[in-house]
Ligand binder design. Structure first.
Ligand code: NDP
Length: 249
């Protein structure tokens, strides 16, 4: 993992921050993107990464994602890994017609991943190497009441990742989907309906595991020999039940 050039979206908190900490320990060369610049700078400073390691990025804008990736290549001469991690989870029942939440969820969780893929592919194709890690969810495998739109985006991430896997075979690019269950992060804060947020927080308080669990999965996928392609990792807290529901935790 040493010296691998890794771009991480959504590195300002939660899973992205945990992956950043883990990969910094392994001496990867990291370039971090998210909207909250102060938070990114604080992470970079704590790990002595330098201000150059940070690019304020909104993943709903292709130009900004491209700038993030271009910056990494300009700085380090190549890009080895992108972790398309930025996401939100504003659960609510469809009947509440939360159009803004639907739009944001699709823009960040689905288009943001596509933009990350689109930004790195020209470089990875040219290099004939690279690794694209997309963050899905248990909700990429199942849907429950209140989670339809989120689950649709996370199913979409898995479908896009599998299509990508088949397309990039000729270019020696690896693709990994990581699908976590409940992990303790700021994710429930993205829920705009207070009753739903309360349910999800109660579930997380009961079962969620620490964010370094995700970082370990990233490290496992990245540290395999070049000819080994870990296509998906699905993991949950041991105590999390099978069902996925935002309405009755
Ligand atoms: P957090 O809320 O802690 O982190 C979300 C990250 O996404 C933040 O760094 C945030 O940064 C970033 N982000 C949100 N919107 C944008 C945007 N428009 N542009 C750039 N960055 C953005 O939650 P998690 O760490 O849990 O979430 C990370 C991923 O993990 C998400 O894709 C989530 O769906 C997935 N996941 C999480 C699970 C969990 O239980 N925690 C379970 C399954 C999947 P900023 O606000 O600074 O832009």
């Amino acid at each position: 993992m040493k010296d691998k050039v890794v771009v991480i979206t959504g590195a300002s908190s939660g899973l992205g921050e945990a992956a950043t900490r883990r990969l910094a320990r392994d001496s990867a060369r990291l370039v971090l993107g998210a909207r909250r610049l102060e938070r990114l700078l604080a992470v970079a400073e704590a790990l002595s990464l330098g201000q150059d390691a940070v690019v304020q990025t909104d993943v709903t804008k292709f130009d900004e994602v491209k700038h993030l990736v271009d910056h990494a290549v300009k700085l380090h001469g190549r890009i080895d890994v992108i972790i398309n991690n930025a996401g939100l989870m504003p659960h609510s029942p469809l009947e509440r017609c939360k159009v803004d939440d639907w739009d944001r969820t699709i823009d960040v969780n689905l288009k943001g991943v596509l933009y990350g893929i689109g930004a790195v592919l020209p470089y990875m194709k040219e290099q004939q190497s690279g690794h694209i890690i997309n963050v899905s969810s248990v909700a990429g495998h199942k849907v429950g009441p209140g989670g339809a739109v989120y689950a649709a985006t996370k199913h979409g991430v898995r479908v896009i990742s599998e299509g990508l896997r088949q397309e990039v075979k000729p270019y020696n690019i690896r693709t990994t989907i990581i699908s976590p269950g409940a992990v303790a992060t700021e994710l429930p804060d993205s829920i705009t309906e207070s009753d739903v947020a309360e349910n999800v927080r109660a579930l997380y308080e009961r079962v969620a595991i620490p964010a370094f669990s995700f970082a370990s999965m990233v490290a496992f996928a990245m540290s395999q020999p070049e000819d080994v392609d870990i296509n998906e990792i699905l993991f949950r807290p041991t105590r999390q039940e099978y069902r996925a529901t935002a309405l009755n935790s």
